[in-house]
Write a protein of this length. Structure first.
Length: 382
C-alpha cells in the first residue's frame, strides 16, 4: 500500500489501533491493550495529557521545524523511541526483529525486553547502535552478569533497569483472556486465532513464541498464568545496593525506568544513573499511580539528568506536551504494536511518519523552530 494511501486511510494512531484490534486474536489483544484493576491509571495517563495546553503564536513566516533530539550522546530523527514490551512476538509474529529494523531505518532507539520472544543475539545485528536492553533484575549474580555480557556483545549500547515491578500485578483482564506462558492454544483460543489469518499464518511459520532468553536460564516451564510467568521466578525486587552493583558492572549509559517521584530521581542521579525514565508501566502494575505527565514537573525539578517519559502518548502533540513540561525524550510501547497489528511490517514506518507529520504541523501552529522552543508556549495551569 502506497504511503499516500496509508495516510488517507490511517492518518492517526487511533486508526491503526482499530484495525489492529480486528487482526490480532482477542486473547493477545487483551495482553497488549489491558492494564490492571479498573484501569484507572491507564485512563489517567490520557486524561491528564489532555489537560496540558499550549499557546499558538503567529507571524513567524515559513520554516521547517527541527524535530530531531539528542539523548545520551546520540541524535535521533524523532524525539520518540520504541519502548520494550514483553513477548512482542506474541502480539505480532517476528515483532522484535521488525521493530528493531524499523527503528534503525527511522533513526530512533529500540528497547528489547528481558522477556522478549527473541534473544539479544537475534536482534542486535539489526540495530546499528540503536539498541537499548531492558533488564528485569535477575536475583542470581551469575545470571545477571551473563545477561549483561550477552547484551553488550550483541551490540546493545544502553541498559534500562526497570524498577516498578517489585511484585507481579494482577492484570485481571489479561488473566480472564485465558493466556498462559508459554501460550497454549486451547479450543477457545484457537477459535479466536481462526478469525485472524495473517497472525495465524505468521505464527504457524515461526512457531508459538517463548521467552527465549529466560528459557536459557529457567529451562522449560508449562502452564503458568500470564501474570506469573518464568521471568518472575528469576527476578528479584532490586534495592539501592543492586543499582550500585549494576552501575559498576555496566560501562555504558544506565537508564532507570519506573520513576514517579522527585526524591527518587534525585537519589538516582547521586548513584550514577545517566537518565530518568518516568513510567507507571502503562497502568499495568498499580492502579492508583499518578499519570506520568503529572509526575513530570516534580521529577524534572529534582534532577539535571535527561528525563524520558512514556504513558498515554498518541501523537506528536502529546510528545510536545511532554517536552513542554520538561521531558527530553518520549517512549511508546503499545502504539508501535498497534501499527504492526494493523499493517504488518510496514506499520512502524507509517507510525513514524504520522508522528513526524504531527510534530511539524503542531510546531508550525506554535511558531517553534525547535522542540525545546515549545517550553515557552506552555500555558500554566490555573
Amino acid at each position: 500500500m502506497r504511503a499516500m494511501n496509508l495516510h488517507a486511510t490511517y492518518p492517526a494512531l487511533s486508526d491503526l489501533r482499530a484495525r489492529a484490534a480486528r487482526r490480532i486474536p482477542h486473547f493477545v489483544w487483551e495482553y497488549l491493550d489491558s492494564a490492571t484493576g479498573t484501569e484507572a491509571t491507564k485512563g489517567r495517563n490520557r486524561l491528564m495529557l489532555d489537560q496540558v495546553r499550549l499557546s499558538p503564536s503567529i507571524l513567524h513566516g515559513e520554516f521547517t521545524p527541527d524535530i530531531s533530539a539528542t539523548l545520551l550522546g546520540q541524535t535521533h530523527a524523532l524525539p520518540v523511541g520504541i519502548a520494550p514490551v514483553g513477548m512482542s512476538g506474541l502480539i505480532w509474529p517476528d515483532a522484535e526483529r521488525l521493530l528493531a529494523r524499523a527503528a534503525t531505518q527511522v533513526g530512533i532507539p529500540y528497547g528489547l525486553s528481558t522477556v522478549a520472544s527473541q534473544k539479544p543475539e537475534d536482534i542486535g545485528p539489526h540495530l546499528n547502535g540503536n539498541g537499548w536492553f531492558q533488564m528485569y533484575p535477575p536475583r542470581d549474580t551469575g545470571i545477571r552478569t551473563d545477561m549483561l555480557n550477552r547484551a553488550r556483545n550483541a551490540g546493545f549500547t544502553v541498559l534500562v533497569l526497570t524498577v516498578d515491578v517489585p511484585v507481579g500485578s494482577r492484570r485481571e483482564r489479561q488473566v480472564r483472556s485465558g493466556l498462559t506462558q508459554p501460550p497454549k492454544l486451547t479450543p477457545r483460543l484457537m477459535a479466536q486465532v481462526a478469525r485472524c489469518p495473517a497472525w495465524a499464518l505468521g505464527t504457524a511459520r515461526l512457531g508459538m513464541p517463548r521467552m527465549r532468553l529466560i528459557d536459557d536460564y529457567a529451562g522449560q516451564t508449562k502452564g503458568l498464568p500470564s501474570n506469573k510467568h518464568a521471568g518472575y521466578l528469576l527476578r528479584t525486587s532490586p534495592d539501592w545496593d543492586y543499582l550500585r552493583w549494576l552501575r559498576d558492572a555496566w560501562d555504558g549509559p544506565l537508564v532507570v525506568k519506573g520513576v514517579l517521584r522527585g526524591d527518587d530521581a534525585a537519589m538516582l542521579e547521586k548513584e550514577g544513573a545517566d537518565a530518568i525514565w518516568i513510567s507507571n508501566h502503562a497502568g499495568r502494575q498499580f492502579d492508583a499511580a499518578p499519570a506520568t505527565i503529572e509526575a513530570l514537573p516534580e521529577v524534572r525539578a529534582a534532577t539535571t539528568l535527561p528525563v524520558i517519559m512514556d504513558g498515554g502518548i498518541e501523537g506528536g502533540l502529546d510528545v510536545l506536551r511532554a517536552i513542554a513540561l520538561g521531558a527530553d525524550f518520549v517512549m511508546m510501547g503499545r502504539g508501535w504494536h498497534y501499527a504492526l497489528g494493523a499493517l504488518g511490517e510496514s506499520g512502524p514506518a507509517h507510525l513514524a511518519d504520522i508522528l513526524a507529520e504531527d510534530l511539524r504541523a503542531n510546531m508550525g501552529q506554535l511558531g517553534t523552530r525547535t522542540l525545546w522552543d515549545v517550553r515557552s508556549r506552555l500555558i500554566p495551569n490555573g
